[in-house]
Design a protein around this ligand. Structure first.
Ligand code: ADP
Ligand code: MG
Length: 212
C-alpha cells in the first residue's frame, strides 16, 4: 500500500473535522487537570490548517506536512501547538519532495515526529503526556517494519496501542506541562493531549481504510 499526497490532504481534513467534533470533550479533560483550552487550541490550529489545504493540493507530502507544522506553531498558543507543530515538521523533514510514501516512509516519519516531540517537550513515557499515547503506536510500526504483515493491519494494531496508551495516562501522575502543577491530584484523569493524539492516529487509519 502507498500513501499519496491526496491521502495526506484527506487525513488533515478528517483531523480538522474530528477535533471539532471532540472539541468540548478535549476541553473538559483539560479543565480537569489544566486550563480548559486544549479543545479550543486544537480546533483553532487544525481549522487554520484546513483553510490552507486548497493551496497545497498540488504540493509534495513534505511541503504539506511542513506547512501544517508551521501553521500549528503560529496559531496555537498552548504547549500543544509547538509540540504537534514540531512533530509535523520533523515528519516533513524526512519526506522532502515525496509524492507517495511506502509503509517504511510512514514509519520513519512517525519515528522522526516522536523524536522531535520528546526533544522539544523534554518528556519521556510515564509523565502523563501525549508521548504516552504516541510512543506505543510508533513501537508497533517499528517492530512491524520490513515484515510481510499488511500495512493496514499494522496500522490497526498501532492505533489500538495508541488508545491503550491514552487510557494508561489515567492512573499516572503528571510530571510535565500544566497538569504537573496539580501533583498527586492529576492522578485519575485522562490526559487531554494523549486523547487528541488518539483521535489524530485514528483519523489516519480511517483515511487509509476508506475506499479511493
Ligand atoms: P497548555 O498546557 O499550554 O494549556 P494544551 O492544553 O493545548 O496546552 O495542551 C496540553 C497537553 O500538552 C497535555 O495534555 C500534554 O499531553 C501535552 N504536553 C504538555 N507539556 C508537554 C511536554 N513537555 N511534552 C509532551 N507533551 C506535553
Ligand atoms: Mg491547556
Amino acid at each position: 500500500m502507498h500513501v499519496t499526497a491526496q491521502h495526506v490532504i484527506r487525513f488533515l481534513e478528517r483531523v480538522a473535522a474530528v477535533i471539532k467534533e471532540h472539541r468540548d470533550e478535549l476541553t473538559q479533560l483539560d479543565a480537569n487537570i489544566g486550563d480548559a483550552d486544549h479543545g479550543a487550541n486544537m480546533d483553532r490550529g487544525f481549522s487554520a490548517v484546513l483553510a490552507k489545504l486548497p493551496t497545497l493540493a498540488d504540493k509534495d507530502i513534505g511541503t504539506i506536512l511542513k506547512t501544517t507544522g508551521m501553521t500549528l506553531i503560529s496559531t496555537v498558543g498552548g504547549a500543544s501547538g509547538p509540540l504537534y507543530g514540531t512533530a509535523f515538521m520533523r515528519a516533513a523533514s524526512v519526506l522532502t519532495d515525496k509524492t507517495e510514501l511506502t509503509p517504511h516512509d510512514v514509519t520513519q516519519a512517525f519515528e522522526a515526529a516522536l523524536e522531535g516531540l520528546k526533544v522539544r517537550g523534554k518528556a519521556q513515557r510515564g509523565e502523563k503526556t501525549m508521548i504516552d499515547a504516541i510512543e506505543p503506536g510508533v513501537a508497533v510500526l517499528r517492530t512491524a517494519n520490513g515484515t510481510d504483515e499488511p500495512f493496514l493491519a499494522v496500522l490497526q494494531r498501532a492505533v489500538a496501542a495508541v488508545e491503550a496508551g491514552m487510557q494508561a495516562t489515567i492512573p499516572m501522575q503528571a510530571t510535565k506541562g500544566r497538569a504537573s502543577y496539580l501533583g498527586e491530584r492529576s492522578i485519575g484523569h485522562q490526559d487531554p493531549g494523549a486523547t487528541s493524539s488518539y483521535y489524530i492516529a485514528r483519523a489516519l487509519l480511517d483515511t487509509l481504510q476508506e475506499p479511493d
